[in-house]
Design a protein around this ligand. Sequence first.
Ligand code: GTP
Ligand code: MG
Length: 416
Amino acid sequence: MEYNEQKQERVILAGVHRGLRDVLNDTTDESVAELGELVKTAGGEVVGEMIQNKPDLETATYMGEGKLEELKNAVDALNADAVVFDDELSPVQTRNITDFLGIKVLDRSMLILDIFAMRAKSGEGKLQVELAQLKYRLPRLRGFGTEMSRTGAGIGTRGPGETRLENDRRHIRRRISALEQEIEELKKHRGLIRGRRKKDGVITAALVGYTNAGKSTLLNKLTDADVFAEDKLFATLDPTSRMITLDDNRKILLVDTVGFIRKLPHHLIEAFKSTLEEAVQADVLLHIIDASNEQADNHIAVVEKVLSDIGAVGKPIINVYNKCDRLESSPDKTSNGVYISAKEGKNIEKLIDALAAAAPGQKQQVKACIPYSAGALVNELHETQKVISEEYSDGGTVMELMVDAQMYDKIRDYIM
Ligand SMILES: Nc1nc2c(ncn2[C@@H]2O[C@H](COP(=O)(O)OP(=O)(O)OP(=O)(O)O)[C@@H](O)[C@H]2O)c(=O)[nH]1
Ligand SMILES: [Mg+2]
């Protein structure tokens, strides 16, 4: 990646700890540590942090004045290139803080958008990120325009070029509606494909979860698919899907999805709705959890909130506790979930059993005698159902079978 060849930007993390009851929306040690990871993922180096304890945010400046003064001193002392705030700053706040500090000011949303821009691979993913970036930037245009030209490289500059943005707001609005239209078309296309899959009796299972939980690794393990897996946040932006066949011949399409994170910018959720639609439409959800992360419970809460926001509710969910190779003792509460190690391929069979139990189209055991005149049916039974035994008799092929409800109807007359 050409970006890595540039000088690493020196970044200070900043935020206001408000002591909110809703810790997932507050700035906490955990959210700041995660922000630091995001900075690293974007190619920067964290050189310091400045967290203020304060119950309210300042409308104009986000932090209190005294704290901003301290921050400015820290910027000088640490020779920082940028400050990243742990919340989405309003356009006014961004402008004021940029004026005051005189260096690049980013916020959590922009950082996430930047990483998404870096990671998007498919045409659709790129369109979605561009849409989210433009929507984020539109109200902030003046903010960067005069004081700070962002034509330089580095964090916060990937995606559509800034000069173009500055030149013509109307151009951006036009671009936004063109993108929306294009994404809508792709969404329709995706819907058609989904419809076809349904008709073919394919069951869909979406892998959802917090970023870095191990979704892509698991998909690899399950299918030997060559999906990009690495220890960086948001390694996957585009849904990648692979088909597996259960031993009762049910076909399950596993769909990888983009990782969730706390304080996910809402523009991004909006833009990624059509990708996340896969999770909304899936028959089963596999919620992959990094059980070795001490924030696992918070991660689960974030994922469950996003799932309910996008309407992916009311379907079977399997909680998959991953990375159990990193746990010292084996976890005790195994009732509500499966413990696996995607990396070491541990308990993958158990997971598949759980998937088979949760997926629709479960089969029941029957014994049937298929007359030789209906020979094609025997082939179909082999291809789509599970054949336990088969012998030839005078009356036809006697088969012990596991069949789904549809097939049960079809062979009803031959059941013994
Ligand atoms: N120790 C251990 N590491 C794992 C396991 N599964 C995945 N990892 C590691 O966790 C990191 C993230 O894995 P990914 O599969 O990229 O995670 P992801 O959920 O797809 O992440 P995003 O696409 O960013 O949402 C990689 O370094 C994996 O090697 C596991 O079972 N044990
Ligand atoms: Mg991934």
